[in-house]
Design a protein around this ligand. Sequence first.
Ligand code: GDP
Length: 372
Amino acid sequence: NQDEDKLTEYMDELEFLAFTAGATVQKRFTQKLTQPDSKTFIGSGKAQEIKEYVKENEIGTIIFDDELSPSQLKNLEREIEVKILDRTNLILDIFAQRAQTSYARTQVELAQYQYLLPRLTRMWTHLERQKGGIGMRGPGETEIETDRRIIRDRISLLKDKLKTIDRQMATQRNNRGKVVRAALVGYTNVGKSTLMNALSKSEVFAENKLFATLDTTVRKVVIGNLPFLLTDTVGFIRKLPTQLVESFKSTLDEVREADLLIHVVDISHESFEDQVESVNQTLMEINAHQKPMIMVFNKIDDFSYDKKDDDDLTPSTKKNVSLEEWKKTWMAKSKYPTVFISALTKENFPEMKKMIYDEVMKIHISRFPYND
Ligand code: GDP
């Protein structure tokens, strides 16, 4: 059943996100509804089932794969009596943990406040409950208003700060002159940093968690005497919180202003086609979809769906499909130069380098037409 495969993939990803944030997942709950309950997102029977499980197993947090509205969050917390995170909240938390530079930290803080602002009443309601549910008006309202004002002030301060840094970064980009700029794009955890390390011979943090890369790293790369700049960007992910899309503008500017995109795909991932789709969607949103692009299918050393036969998470439709068969699918018809590599074992690196060289050279020649 395809729907169920999708669902499992989504839940796998959510579990991986939770793991990245430092949580261990005990149990998954799913529910099929024609549309989410406007008040509690899930049905009341399901909420009850979760509540019982939470009580029995002393669960500390419930995580939802979708973004809940402020009132859904409030209602659910009241009903299940446990801390509730939604996908947005979880991703914000991971970004907060991983922000290295002051720029990334400012971006995350801004996104967090933007997420928090419409949810302030929720915290107040909790306080109120603790106080024994005294009247809805009076000092409470004033307090929320004060908090809101403080947060709004903070938000505009952070926005100003980001604007200043954005300008500095734009200047820096301009100062890079006419050197061709390539940007690594791709879903999170596909191997962008590993590839960056392999190409630039310098160490970039790479690990098997989501969003190891929060800040953009720019390195000079030379292939066959042809120098160019290579940027490693934040990994894209399905349903990236809108607060983050906006606040990571500068990171995405690196992509927008690149001359060439190197789209890295983790072909060992069961849902790599969805990931490609998701990345293309984001590229479209930031208006970067018409740039020259190279498709790099990575992790061929790990490619083997039948290897995972015992793993019931593998969509059955993709079992026993060899890499050669895959290559004959839509990939063969791709309008972009396409190469299959392993960033780990460096298999097919010469072919990839030649491809990058050719593309960079094309851009270089169009830029300096009168050089020999
Ligand atoms: P990024 O999030 O796209 O920058 O991905 P990373 O470079 O951090 O890599 C994510 C994980 O995939 C790390 O554990 C890497 O060691 C692993 N990885 C990267 N390239 C390959 C590859 O070609 N083959 C295999 N098997 N693993 C890889």
